[in-house]
Design a protein around this ligand. Sequence first.
Ligand SMILES: Cc1cc2nc3c(=O)[nH]c(=O)nc-3n(C[C@H](O)[C@H](O)[C@H](O)COP(=O)(O)O)c2cc1C
Length: 275
Amino acid sequence: MEEVNDIAFRILCKKAGAGITYTGMIHPQDKREINLEDKPVLQLFCTTTKNIKEFMKKYNSKVSGWDFNLGCPAKTARKHGFGVFLHHDLKSIEEILQTIRQNTKKFFSIKLRKSKYTKEIIKIAEKYCDAICIHPRTQQQGYSGIIDLEFAEKIKKQTKLPIIYSGNVVSESGGPHSGDKKNVEKFLKTFDYVMIGRRAIGNPNIFSKFSGNKKNFTFKDYLKLAEKYKLPFRQIKFQAMQFTKNQRNAKEIRLEIFKIKTLKKLKEFTYNVFS
Ligand SMILES: Cc1cc2nc3c(=O)[nH]c(=O)nc-3n(C[C@H](O)[C@H](O)[C@H](O)COP(=O)(O)O)c2cc1C
């Protein structure tokens, strides 16, 4: 997830038991250095093949795989035509998937939303990809509203590619539309893998619940890694806010964190808050 999946957070998710972690979306023309020491799957977004080859040459040995984003519903995606807004352009999608495939032998997946083009895109993906991740909501739905499970099930039947299911996957206490206490078991009866998004934000321990791992990470663990990888203060502060999620008085704590302007102060404040 964009903003959320920095290297320190990804490492905690892996330690807790996540099988694969993904980076947030990265544009192949982005010149910033990316630390991939933890070997995530790197997710690309773009509308043309420009610079894909050069970008992949630089990072292919450092990642465990590649993903192409065809799901982003955001305003910026609409403005530039990427993510779910590229769905209608099957020609560009084929060129991009082909280019990615030509530049790696590693695992390669696509992340898709529900649209009238999804089935056509899957036919193209079958030529180049190793797996498909489906989030069965439309662009208009964003991240809320009823998930079209039937649509995802049809996709599963349509293709032999493994399907990673994404959307309201929970480990306990039920999601807003799940109706189940542990819907992951239900999803895994139909799909090959599940992806956990929002429930992991500020809570990498969610993966421990699936892996049976006894690890319990707090913001202090995040902080150690964030310092090791020299993440910017802005990012560390953002994650501190997210980790308050399961704290008592979370709102008050967030307000205090919001006011903090230095790493030293953030460390002092969070030392007692996150035990
Ligand atoms: C803040 C945020 C950032 C996200 N960033 C990405 C992204 O960069 N790439 C992507 O494929 N999906 C992204 N997603 C979508 C999630 O991967 C996931 O498909 C969606 O949230 C539904 O799953 P969930 O109910 O487990 O959250 C993002 C979602 C959120 C809420």
